[in-house]
Design a protein around this ligand. Structure first.
Ligand SMILES: [Mg+2]
Length: 423
């Protein structure tokens, strides 16, 4: 070897070493991908062959299959029932497409079906599942976790709050609230959420009117005061009114809860009227949170530009998917508003959301359900080899794609009878 060749070789190695050094800060995912990536490969001929789906409870689970034996999975929630034939239509629309451009395919599907309902509701919930599966597929094809595809991560694990199981009971008393809060804290959580809307409250004077009576207001306050007393000043408490009440009640509850120092009061009024949200948000020191019933980035523009809320909580299994979720988070960040996603799906949806939470600076906290800790169903329907949550945090997967799979065998036990299941 001549001196010049040897020197060139040394410089090349030194250059590569210098270029690779910063990668350590981006996580193992990128390093692994670079090691695996063929340096002179032909353009990929990866193609979508079919989309299949299954339904369980309020959840839609999709798989996008390809001609190379890999698939992507995604989840949608809420407005998804009766959408089997919509999935089949989308399957035909994206058949033979290369899946490696999730943003482009999701935007084309949205625009192509604009007058078929692609602004909100059922169509966008389904699109969210498809879009997520495209990200999962892209990550698997390239050997990268989704957070890396989204620009890398700000954090390795995301904090979660525990939505207590009290939402399954009618008319719990303050002691039930306190016990449920302590139960969550004993499992390692540092933040809890409780529902205070009660359609069956005996103190309601009218089934259809949602102006809370004084006795109802007292019930709400006593329940959350019991929680605060039980957990002390440093545990975070969220309170959800599920968008049921009128403006008068929303304003009164927000003011009434001020001494309890909540992390937030969620949807004190329905999602439709941003002017009312703005009024409540501006006249109380209780942080107001909303957004689980808004769709696409457009749903958040006025909410943010007019300071309608203090915290946004898009549901990424419903509002448009992972790319749209990241765009909403970035929009919120421009208004210094925290991003605290709503999440009522399985661990597939939770981990998919967590990749977005890792990728934005203004992530605050992610929703998690007590029932996902206690009901066997939630472990049976997914494939994942570690605990879901540890000490109130979800560790973001470094595996390619989402890092969690749908377990079809487990899910089939809970499938909706009479609805095709991955057919
Ligand atoms: Mg809610």
């Amino acid at each position: 070897m001549s001196n010049s060749t040897s020197r060139r070789s040394f410089l090349t190695k030194a250059t590569i070493a210098a270029a690779m050094a910063p990668l350590a800060t981006f996580g193992r995912g990128l390093e692994t991908a670079i090691e695996r990536t063929p340096k002179s490969s032909a353009p990929s001929d990866l193609k979508i062959t079919e989309v299949k789906c299954g339904y369980s409870g309020g959840g839609l689970f999709v798989k996008i299959y390809t001609n190379q034996g890999i698939w992507g999975c995604g989840e949608g929630v809420d407005a998804i029932s009766g959408t089997y034939y919509l999935i089949k239509r989308i399957s035909n629309q994206i058949k033979d497409r290369n899946p490696l451009n999730p943003n482009r395919i999701a935007e084309e599907l949205r625009k192509a079906n604009f007058f078929g309902g692609a602004q909100s509701g059922m169509y966008v919930a389904v699109l969210s599942a498809i879009e997520t599966a495209l990200w999962d597929l892209t990550g698997k094809a390239l050997g990268l976790p989704i957070y890396q595809l989204l620009g890398g991560k700000f954090r390795d694990k995301v904090r979660v709050y525990c939505d207590t199981e009290l939402y399954t009971r009618n008319n719990p008393v303050p002691d039930d609230y306190a016990k449920a809060a302590l139960g969550a804290i004993n499992r390692g959580y540092t933040a809890v959420k409780f529902d205070i809307d009660e359609a069956t409250d005996p103190n309601k004077f009218d089934r259809y009117n949602w102006t809370a009576s004084n006795a109802e207001l007292e019930r709400m306050y006593e329940a959350i005061a019991a929680v605060r007393k039980a957990v002390g000043p440093h545990i975070d408490i969220c309170v959800d009114m599920h968008g049921r009440y009128d403006a008068t009640t929303g304003r009164r509850v927000a003011k009434m809860m001020e001494p309890l120092n909540l992390m937030w009061l969620e949807e004190p009024v329905p999602a439709d009227n941003i002017d009312v949200y703005k009024t409540i948000t501006q006249e109380t020191s209780t942080p107001i949170c909303a957004g689980e019933n808004f769709y696409l980035g457009y749903g958040y523009t006025r909410l943010l530009s007019e300071a309608g809320v203090d915290i946004v909580m898009p549901d990424l299994q419903k509002c448009g998917g992972l790319g749209e979720g990241q765009r909403i988070a970035n929009l919120a960040n421009l208004y210094y508003v925290p991003f605290s996603p709503h999440m009522v799906g399985s661990f597939v949806g939770a981990m998919a959301t967590a990749h977005v939470c890792a990728s934005v600076p203004n992530f605050h906290i992610l929703e998690w359900q007590t029932l996902s800790d206690t009901e066997p169903k939630w472990k049976e329907i997914v494939t994942y080899d570690k605990p879901f949550i540890e000490k109130g945090f979800l560790t973001v997967s470094d595996k390619p794609g989402i890092g969690v799979e749908i377990n079809e065998e487990g899910l089939k036990k809970y499938a909706i009878p009479g609805v095709p299941f991955f057919e």
